[in-house]
Design a protein around this ligand. Structure first.
Ligand SMILES: Nc1ncnc2c1ncn2[C@@H]1O[C@H](COP(=O)(O)OP(=O)(O)OP(=O)(O)O)[C@@H](O)[C@H]1O
Length: 736
């Protein structure tokens, strides 16, 4: 059954469609933002105001896009009670809607105009840094990682500033990037905006109809078909996206949904000024601008909401509106206040947390109801290690799969790029003209892979690049030409380059290999190449390191298989994989409910969730622990704490949270043991739509005694008790 809408939700769903207008929906946590956005989409279509292909839904993250698609399927099916959609009809309806991340739509526009482009990833940055530095480090004598970070910052400052004079070392950057079609995400956004603007101006000049119509493309869709644009989580938009958003939204109805209090990406730029500029565009055109508020809360208990207000009250924007809103719907009282504690050390924090988890699962909760949130990845790793120790199964929620950022896997993909791009250039039917030499894309992948090998210094890469420019030839042709490559002296370097050529040549020289469509063979070959090269990252530190590579390799293989199944018949697997692996990997990642359990065998639906606060955005969990390391010295930002606290549906714990409004007091609260609170567990089960169960406190006490782990706080409550790690694994292990 679809939810019955509240008066505030109804207003948003039924707000009229008007071209060139702005609707801003400010919605608090748990107010049903995404659901209402989709109900509005359905309303506009079913009332005949718009067709599905006239609607564009934009989000910032892939996860949010998948969330929209999932909810859309559920909602449309529920709402459509007269004519039930078959699953094919539903798929076709969803296919017609345009649903993208902002970056993927920019990428589509740019690729349609420019062909394949290289978006800078970690290894790409390293390659670029090697290319422009001249032996000594470009930014001083600090470690490579620090230099890389500084370099990226310097690059950003110089590239996007018009008034700064670039140091000599950076002058080459734009020409190199242009030459190899390498760009950062920000540049891709700017480029896409420029293409849209050019199209707009061209169409204006062509209104007399003297030139033929353009073929179908994303630009044509945006400029001529789309009438309404929805942006979910608008508070995360930042200034460098503005040129593109402006271009996309001209003349359309733009509906922004979000919560300014949850603006956790301020480090990317000022969201407030972004919105002002966008609103000014609508004001300039004298368009309608309307703000609606949604402050119902179907998620958090009133006790959690009061705690949020107590800690952050004056810092919450629009809170007045919430207070004044009439008839807001809230959950009933749970009579359980959030548990806020500061511990003297990390061990005490962990022991208490484990104890609470055990109480919860021996009462009514399932392990998958529980999420542990922390600010940094290192804190998440710390908690993961603790849970490993207790053999409690968990799943890390990450925005993108971890294998994608494993430099070893990136190295394998870069090697494939070398094979594919060099072969393509080599076997291309037409002679490559001088002008085309400027666009030899294999060069960049060679620089990235060669530059990652032991003994290859930036002076060499730099010289190589300069030589190729002088001879006007590709790097592969240069290094494989005996006469030319002799000019690059040093014996050790020479040996490594020879090794590189020897490893890759058999595949490049075999034209058929471009069409190899056996993923196992492709993977085995590229691993052989990588292991035979002096690439230090593949000399494993220990078994854990080896296992992590093995797991990532399995994920890479899974992605290849998915690409293979979907591949158009006439496109070779290698080519299709290089173009699409990122999208497939995100898709598979989200499908497997984002992440892996520590055992990799347990379904994610049976695991505790571990997540950084940033990755938990938009999610909700019955029980939330906010876990801060006691060494966390800088206070948590209001917006980050707000997002974390409002993820909790029924129970919220906050451990060692460093915030000026949270007082430190190390005292076990009187509300425990949690397992004794029968009334509360009834409430818990009812709000989650589950059958009522009785908390099994006897079982809990029995187990505690059986395993005899002495805990100070348990001693106070139950006498001497002991918990063994296997407790949560169905109690199969018999203690010695
Ligand atoms: N009218 C309604 N009646 C009952 N439940 C509702 C109603 N509208 C939304 N909900 C439920 O409220 C919960 C919160 O909704 P949703 O996840 O869309 O919140 P949100 O506004 O996106 O929150 P956040 O901004 O914190 O991510 C969901 O479980 C949703 O199904």
């Amino acid at each position: 059954m679809p939810h019955i809408l509240t008066p505030l939700q109804k207003k948003v769903v039924g707000y009229p469609y008007r071209p060139d207008s702005l609707l801003k929906v400010i919605a608090g946590p748990g107010s049903g933002k995404t659901e209402i956005l989709l109900r509005r989409v359905h309303h506009l279509i079913s009332e005949g105001h718009l067709k599905a292909d006239e609607i564009l839904i934009l989000s910032l993250t892939n996860k949010a896009v998948d969330n929209v698609i999932d909810k859309l399927k559920k909602n449309v099916q529920e709402l459509n009670d007269q004519v039930k959609y078959s699953s094919e009809e539903l798929d076709s309806l969803i296919d017609k809607l345009h649903i993208h991340t902002i970056h993927s739509i920019a990428n589509k526009i740019v690729v349609e105009q420019d062909g394949i482009v290289n978006i800078l990833e970690e290894n790409g940055w390293r390659g670029l840094m090697k290319l422009i530095s001249t032996g000594s480090s470009p930014t001083g004598t600090a470690s490579y990682e620090t230099n890389l970070k500084k370099f990226q910052q310097l690059f950003k400052n110089i590239y996007y500033s018009t008034d700064k004079v670039a140091p000599k070392k950076f002058e080459q950057i734009s020409s190199i990037m242009k030459r190899y079609k390498v760009m950062t995400n920000d540049e891709m956004i700017i480029r896409a905006a420029r293409y849209l603007e050019t199209y707009q101006n061209k169409s204006k000049n062509l209104e007399d109809g003297c030139e033929p119509q353009e073929v179908d493309s994303t630009i044509v869709d945006i400029k001529s078909k789309i009438k309404v644009i929805f942006i979910d989580e608008y508070q995360d938009l930042y200034p460098s996206l503005l040129p593109l958003i402006k271009q996309i939204t001209i003349g359309k109805q733009l509906a922004l949904f979000g919560d300014p209090n949850q603006s956790i990406y301020q480090f990317l730029g000022d969201n407030v000024s972004f919105l002002k500029s966008l609103e000014n565009e609508y004001k300039k055109r004298k368009s309608d601008i309307k703000t609606l508020y949604m402050y119902d809360n179907f998620r958090n208990t009133p006790e959690i909401i009061s705690q949020v207000v107590e800690i952050m009250g004056p810092n919450l924007v629009h809170y007045k509106a919430e207070r004044e809103a009439q008839n807001i719907t809230l959950k009933s009282s749970s009579n359980l206040k959030p548990i806020i504690m500061n511990f003297p050390n990390s061990n005490a924090t962990c022991e208490f947390m484990i104890d609470q988890i055990i109480q919860a699962v021996t009462s009514s909760a399932q392990l998958s109801d529980i999420a542990i949130l922390a600010r940094t990845n290192s804190e998440i790793q710390f908690i993961a290690n603790i849970l490993d120790k207790y053999q409690i199964e968990y799943q890390k929620l990450t925005a993108q799969p971890t294998w994608l950022s494993d430099p070893r896997i990136q190295f394998l993909i870069d090697l494939w790029k070398v094979i594919y791009l060099v072969s393509k250039e080599k076997y291309s039917d037409s002679e490559i003209s001088n002008e085309e030499i400027q666009n030899i894309q294999s060069d960049f992948s060679i620089i990235v892979t060669l530059g990652a090998l032991q003994g290859i210094r930036s002076t060499f890469i730099n010289k190589l690049y300069a030589e190729c420019k002088e001879f006007n030839c590709s790097i592969w042709n240069y290094i494989t030409s005996e006469t030319k490559s002799k000019r690059l002296t040093k014996i050790t370097t020479h040996k490594t380059v020879k090794q590189f050529i020897d490893e890759l040549s058999p595949y490049i020289n075999n034209k058929e290999y471009l069409y190899e469509d056996n993923p196992i063979k492709l993977l085995k070959n590229v691993c052989d190449i990588a292991f035979n090269l002096p690439y230090t990252h593949l000399q494993f530190k220990d078994d854990v390191d080896r296992m992590s590579f093995k797991n990532h390799l399995e994920d890479l293989f899974r992605t290849m298989k998915a690409c293979m199944m979907d591949r158009p018949e006439d496109v070779p697997l290698l080519e299709w994989f290089i173009e699409t692996y990122f999208e497939y990997s995100i898709f598979l990642h989200n499908e497997s409910n984002s992440g892996y359990s520590n055992s990799r065998l347990t379904p994610s639906s049976a695991c505790i969730k571990l997540s950084t606060i940033h990755s938990s955005k938009g999610l909700e969990f019955p029980i939330v622990f906010i876990f801060e390391n006691i060494f966390q010295s800088f206070p948590i930002e209001n917006s980050v704490l707000y997002v974390a606290m409002t993820r909790a549906k029924n129970i919220l714990y906050m451990f060692n949270v460093n915030h000026p409004n949270i007082k430190s007091n190390f005292k076990y609260p009187s509300v425990f043991p949690l397992a004794k609170k029968k009334e509360f567990w009834n409430y818990y089960n009812t709000t989650l739509g589950r059958k009522l169960t009785t908390p099994n406190i006897e079982k809990y006490l029995l187990l505690m005694q059986k395993y005899q782990v002495i805990r100070n706080h348990q001693k106070r409550w139950f006498g001497t008790t002991r918990i063994m790690p296997s407790l949560l694994r169905g109690l199969k292990r018999v203690p010695k």
